[in-house]
Design a protein around this ligand. Structure first.
Ligand code: GLY
Length: 399
């Protein structure tokens, strides 16, 4: 009798669990509630923040609770001030504005030092770029314009692209351009339209065109890195650095492409970029697992026993929201927006949000799997693009 009761109880629990899981999956995305959650996590991180030069949150390893901090030269240094600007934009809380300004200003020396690599766009546009958008502070504008000129020094006119990693020229024996670099063209476009040289616009367009021609396979999946002959400017080959193999589709690389070409269309209105953004998005969407959160590389032979990359999902969701606004065909536009919302709905579940686990916003991003670095971790750029996507939805739905 006792055993029977226990069995019935277990069955009821199971049924309730299944029903609850189904409800959780189909619950509509509540953008305001998710932004409020982000704000609470950001405030926790700010409260725990450190003094000194190495004080910018970058990532929290799986199973740990504390942020690993970096200094302003790190490629991710712009995302935390960017997160703070987004938190300020949402809340209008002055203390967040003060913090966003403080952390942004730490990055100012980047504008006036020789360019270390292409990441200047991530660093300065996500921080000062958002700061200027929200405050119109002239000091920020000066820093952004100077940084664009610094980034432009990496442009090789013979190749027609920016040299993404000067430090790797010796190792690769060639000029190298990486997919991620598409994101940093936004800084150049912005500068060219806000008092900077028109040459910056031409550099961005040249880089985007060459990337479109050389960085993709026939199915529109991208290479992480393309090597070019420095003297002749000709493409040598496409390879990987952070992906599974030279012929694989590294998830975040593809998400940078979706975002980058959508942004290029916004800035140029050249329909070639709009068409291309859809093609690179379509292969990504076609190959996603059911829950729309990609494994770190679409071709890892260990799938499904390999980590996911929520950062790629957040970047893609943000990009697809913007892409949907440019597409005239109402059905197609709704398709991309629907996918973005479904991704954000999934990211907004307990499975992917940190809550009490740590002070970041999201869990389960993968930075550099082949190096065994930041695998299945909380990473600041996932938080940044998640907040951006939520704010884009809020702006779109006008509330
Ligand atoms: N830009 C480096 C990365 O996406 O990991």
């Amino acid at each position: 009798m006792k055993k029977n009761c226990l069995q019935v109880f277990a069955l009821m629990l199971l049924m309730f669990g299944c029903k609850y899981a189904a409800m959780a999956q189909t619950a509509p995305l509540n953008v305001k509630a998710q932004l409020a959650y982000c704000l609470a996590q950001v405030k926790k991180s700010l409260q725990a923040s450190k003094d000194g030069d190495i004080n910018i949150p970058r990532s929290i390893p799986a199973g740990k609770t504390d942020w690993k901090y970096v200094g302003y030269k790190d490629w991710t240094s712009g995302f935390w001030p960017g997160v703070l600007w987004y938190a300020y934009e949402y809340s209008k809380d002055k203390s967040l504005k003060i913090a966003a300004d403080k952390f942004s200003r730490e990055l100012a020396p980047l504008a006036y030092s020789p360019a270390y690599d292409h990441d200047l766009g991530f660093q300065v546009y996500c921080s000062f770029g958002n700061g200027y958008r929200l405050t119109k502070d002239k000091a920020y504008k000066k820093i952004i314009l100077a940084t664009a000129d610094t980034l432009a020094t990496l442009f090789n006119p013979k190749v027609g692209t920016i040299l993404s990693w000067p430090r790797e020229v010796k190792n690769f024996g060639a000029h190298n351009t990486i997919m991620d670099n598409m994101m940093n063209l936004e800084l150049l476009f912005w500068a060219s339209k806000n008092g900077g040289s028109k040459k910056l616009y031409n550099i961005a367009v040249s880089h985007a065109k060459k990337t479109m021609a050389n960085h993709f396979r026939k199915d529109y999946s991208g290479y992480h890195v393309v090597l070019y002959d420095t003297i002749t400017g000709k493409k040598i080959k496409g390879i990987t650095h952070q992906g599974y193999s030279d012929s694989s589709m590294w998830a975040r690389g593809q998400s940078w492409a979706i975002y980058g070409f959508t942004m290029c269309y916004r800035e140029t209105k050249n329909p070639a970029y709009l068409g291309f953004a859809q093609k690179v998005a379509n292969i990504y969407l076609k190959r996603l697992p059911k829950d729309l959160i990609p494994y770190w590389d679409f071709d890892d032979a260990a799938i499904p026993n390999t980590p996911k990359d929520v950062s790629a999902a957040a970047v893609t969701a943000s990009a697809l929201i913007e892409l949907s606004t440019f597409i005239k065909d109402a059905k197609l536009s709704a398709y991309y927006l629907g996918k973005a919302k479904a991704m954000l709905t999934e990211i907004s579940t307990e499975k992917y949000q940190s809550h009490e686990v740590n002070n970041a916003i999201l869990l389960h991003s993968t930075g550099h799997k082949p190096n065994n670095s930041e695998v299945d971790a909380s990473i600041i750029y996932a938080d940044y693009y998640y907040m951006e996507a939520l704010l884009r939805l809020r702006a779109k739905d006008n509330f």
